[in-house]
Design a protein around this ligand. Structure first.
Ligand code: 5AD
Ligand code: SF4
Length: 473
């Protein structure tokens, strides 16, 4: 363990050295071209990818690039890809088409690809063959070697491809450029061991590995020192945090420690697997006001038969029982979920079980997905894939129900006082937007100077999934 931590530290130093060398090189190229070099990072997918992109941006900024949101202004574009559903892949190929056009006008443009899609052999083969626009490819396991790979691309002048099947390294102390000054994601674990039968994640993100708690707390201490008030602990399955660490720490213990870091006022976490959410965690949430009153608890289906075929390790009844225990301990908590429609073999009866579960639970909101067949997963090989028209009609019915039950549930705070952490100025002039602990958005009168403040607000009226509020101080 200690040996591995020392190895991680050594690697941090090595990669930080590459950043310095790249900065020198970038300065020279900028002098030659007569303008500063700009970089654009395009992110697809989940919160883990969003956090990874903050790392890519931090490394690029430290390497001397100015950051831009507009790819047509950029000298370097990195796409951080997702492969959880097929349409995510299609977006990336579409983007590469556009970048090919851009490179015709700007031959010096550098295009890089990283993230989950790059961990699939068939994708990389296709890109190598059919997308000469791509100059740099790396994957999820070696993201921390980006400084080195970028340096190589700039000095060698030819395509650099480096992909690993896995790693035991966790190298986190590299520059990060956070989207928000007052809140931040923090990775507590990587990978997933659950192998839900539809899901590609365990194949592209590798085996589950928990980060050392001391490293996590150090990072959060530094973030707090930097003005961060809200932390989102990130992992594919945070409830199993620590199971493989020698020092035996549970997720509830980690949460309690994170809440104890001076300056941290709110703690969120994502994602919870229902099979691993312990009564101990429910107790810790109930007892600690800093832990936000929101659990994202993907159910995926309301049919025990489908849940079994999905390899989820809980039944409909167990899920409903868990919801009851959570609500008993924290009655007003927000519950959100993910649901897949059209898993192989899903009958009308199975689907009606999902509909009735949604009605019973009354989620605050739900992300609904059409089942996507991912090559290499057990579900892709199952017989009885459901025809598109059946899936689409079920999807529309579910969406209507989710909207209706979500709106009913979300309005429960009307007239109450709640603390809002202000995140952004609103498109509507004179208004800002933020979130309450329950993760519901509130719009209130204010200006830019409110961003990052926690403000007491009276929730006046609920419009669907958000509120309008008035300030109380
Ligand atoms: N098809 C559709 N949805 C999927 N998800 C994961 N894999 C698939 C797939 N093959 C959904 C699950 C998961 C969320 C992140 O994405 O609902 O919780
Ligand atoms: Fe995929 Fe299941 Fe792991 Fe979530 S828990 S990432 S759905 S395998």
């Amino acid at each position: 363990m200690e040996e591995l931590r020392a190895k991680n530290r050594e690697e941090e130093i090595r990669q930080n050295d590459y950043i310095k060398m790249t900065a020198e090189k970038v300065r020279r190229i900028a002098d030659l071209r007569g303008h500063a070099l700009k970089a654009c990072v395009v992110t697809f997918g989940c919160q883990m990818n969003a956090r990874d992109s903050e790392k890519l941006k931090g490394i690029l900024a430290e390497s001397g690039f100015l950051m831009t949101e507009e790819e047509q202004d950029a000298d370097l574009v990195i796409c951080n890809t997702c492969t959880v559903r097929e349409n995510a892949d299609q977006h990336v190929y579409g983007r590469l088409g556009r970048l090919t056009g851009l490179k015709k006008k700007k031959p010096d443009l550098i295009v890089g690809l990283c993230g989950c899609m790059m961990q699939e052999d068939h994708v990389v083969r296709k890109i190598r063959k059919s997308y000469p626009v791509v100059d740099l490819i790396f994957g999820t396991h070696n993201l921390y070697t980006f400084p080195e790979l970028l340096y190589r691309r700039l000095t060698e002048g030819k395509r650099v491809v480096e992909l690993w099947d896995g790693t035991d390294m966790i190298v986190e102390n590299l520059p990060v450029r956070r989207k928000y000054s007052f809140k931040s994601g923090v990775n507590i674990m990587f990978g997933c061991d659950n192998f839900c039968s539809y899901c590609i994640v365990p194949y592209v993100r590798g085996r589950e590995r928990s980060r050392n708690p001391a490293d996590i707390l150090d990072e959060i201490g530094r973030l707090a020192g930097d003005g961060v008030k809200e932390i989102m602990l990130l992992g594919q399955n945070v409830n199993s945090y620590g199971k493989k660490l020698d020092g035996a720490i549970t997720f509830s213990e980690l949460l309690t420690k994170v809440c104890g870091v001076p300056g941290i006022e709110r703690v969120r976490f994502m994602t919870s697997h229902p099979k691993d959410l312990s009564d101990d965690l429910i107790r810790v949430i109930a007892e600690n006001e800093k832990i936000c009153r929101h659990i994202h608890l993907p159910v995926q289906s309301g049919s025990s038969r489908i849940l079994k075929n999905m390899n989820r390790h809980y039944t409909r009844e167990e899920y409903l029982g868990l919801v009851d225990r959570i609500r008993e301990a924290v009655p007003d908590i927000s519950l959100t979920t993910d649901i897949i429609v059209g898993f192989p073999g899903e009958t009308e009866e199975d689907f009606l079980d999902t509909m009735s579960l949604v009605e019973k639970v009354g989620f605050d909101s739900a992300f609904t997905f059409i089942y996507s067949r991912r090559t290499g997963t057990p579900a892709a090989r199952m017989e009885d894939q459901i025809p598109d028209d059946v899936v689409h009609s079920r999807f529309d019915r579910l969406l209507d129900l989710v909207k209706q039950t979500g709106e009913e549930r979300s309005s429960r705070f009307t007239g109450q006082m709640k603390d809002v952490l202000v995140e952004d100025v609103n498109r509507e002039p004179g208004y800002v937007s933020g979130r309450i602990s329950e993760n519901i958005t509130v719009h209130l009168p204010g200006d830019e100077s409110d961003i990052g403040k926690i403000i007491p607000v009276r929730l006046e009226s609920c419009r669907g999934f958000y509120y309008f509020g008035t300030r109380q101080s």
